[in-house]
Design a protein around this ligand. Structure first.
Ligand code: ACO
Length: 389
């Protein structure tokens, strides 16, 4: 692990270290990857060297998943083969099938996904192997399965009878079909597909890092993905998109600016703003803002979009913070008819492609990830027997 702000070393022996660790590992280069790259100053994101602005709206989520997991944008033949693997992977295993209703009754969406991914590991025919070909198959299965898990979880808790995934439809179209129960319109599918493309990978974000730490112990892909799902859940990471919608719903449309200023003055964080790496606009937010506006106008009620714009202006004026990927994703999903508590699960549907690609990459050139820590506790304490304390 390269450290850009403190030197590595043995912290044992009781000698206080003079160097200060970067809190939250800021600016620490924790891994090498050929999967994605960010230029935080220019606000640019690349998947395997392709600019996200060139990919968004031009390639499908399936092409991006292939790019990440298999190394290149697919030819038509490769895409057909990969599509067939995804179709097969959409069939849930026996253990998952027998537990999904009970889990849906007892766990919130991201908790349920954490449990269901773990159960799916037991159903996976390649569960015993970390070999490259087994990992590639598991990556495709996990990518195929995640949207179905979300839809089936939602159906189980609402009692809805949902259609089976249609092998002729894309991941995006199948998900909207299963969640809303109606055949989505072409433009809705295009927009949701672009959302999946935009969320697929993002260098060493917290959930990907968690997946890589787990994989680096030579644990299996499902274990690494369980770690990632649990990490994505938090509101400082993937959980922010749900919180953005909850904030919009709680605000009075006529009092947005004042309410946001009051929150900021009280030291509250506004969900969906700020980023560790971007010092300018997150390039994904540019696309999501445009799609949110389009859907808002098409819906005939653009209140939430207009409120979002106002929030954006106030947060920038007061704090010079830009919206991140989660801010406009919230209203896009809302206008697409996705329930608010499934926004973070939707993030996981896309990011599964990146997480699994990172596990493949980690296993292909592995070394245990085990950083150091700075000891800040007491020293030279004298042990006393329990009755004398
Ligand atoms: N609202 C208000 N103030 C903020 C926000 C925000 N959203 N984000 C950062 N700040 C302020 C902090 O209060 C802090 O101010 P201070 O120096 O006066 O104490 C300063 O900006 C730096 O903030 P940190 O939290 O230290 O920045 P860090 O790089 O650790 O965190 C993070 C980045 C977690 C994204 C942060 O901006 C945040 O909490 N945003 C809100 C949650 C969110 O939207 N998360 C999704 C991120 S994108 C993703 O993970 C998919």
């Amino acid at each position: 692990m390269k450290q850009t702000s403190s030197s590595a070393g043995d912290s044992g022996g009781g000698t206080p270290r003079e160097d200060k660790p970067a809190k939250g590992l800021a600016d620490v280069v924790a891994a090498s990857t050929a999967l994605s790259d960010i230029d935080g100053r220019a606000g640019r994101l690349f998947y395997r060297g392709y600019d996200i602005h060139d990919l968004a709206g031009h390639v499908t989520f399936e092409e991006v998943a292939h790019l990440l997991q298999r190394g290149a944008l697919p030819t038509r033949e490769q895409l057909a083969d990969y599509g067939a693997e995804l179709t097969e992977g959409r069939t849930l295993g026996a253990l998952v099938e027998s537990h999904i209703s009970e889990i849906a009754a007892k766990q919130a969406p991201m908790e349920a996904l954490r449990t269901l991914v773990s159960l799916a590991g037991a159903d996976d025919p390649d569960k015993e192997s970390n070999a490259a070909d087994a990992n590639r198959r598991k990556a495709a299965r996990l990518t195929a399965q995640q949207p179905v898990l979300v839809a089936r979880y939602h159906a189980a808790r609402t009692g809805a009878d949902i259609p089976e995934p249609d092998p002729e439809l894309s991941t995006a179209a199948n998900f909207l079909l299963q969640i809303t129960g109606r055949r989505p319109e072409r433009r809705e599918v295009e927009i949701f597909d672009t959302c999946l493309v935009l969320h697929a990978d993002h260098t060493m974000n917290a959930s990907t890092f968690a997946a890589r730490v787990c994989a680096a112990t030579l644990s299996d892909m499902h274990s690494a993905i369980v770690a990632a799902v649990g990490t994505l859940k938090g509101p400082l990471h993937g959980g922010a998109n749900e919180q953005v919608m909850r904030t919009l719903e709680a605000l009075d449309p006529r009092g947005v600016a004042q309410a946001v200023r009051e929150k900021l003055a009280a030291g509250e964080k506004i969900m969906g703003f700020g980023h560790r790496v971007y010092k300018t606009e997150d390039p994904r937010a540019t696309h999501l803002r445009r799609m949110s506006q389009e859907l808002a106008e098409a819906s005939g009620d653009d209140t939430y979009f207009r409120m979002s714009r106002e929030m954006e202006e106030v947060v920038f004026a007061d704090k010079h913070l830009y919206p991140n990927v989660d801010f406009y994703a919230a209203t896009v999903y809302h206008y697409l008819g996705i329930p608010t508590d499934l926004f973070t699960p939707v993030f996981s549907v896309s990011r599964m492609s990146g997480w699994t690609a990172h596990v493949i990459e980690q296993h292909a050139d592995n070394r245990l990830i085990r950083p150091d820590s700075e000891y800040i506790g007491e020293r030279d304490q004298k042990w006393v027997p329990i009755d004398e304390r």
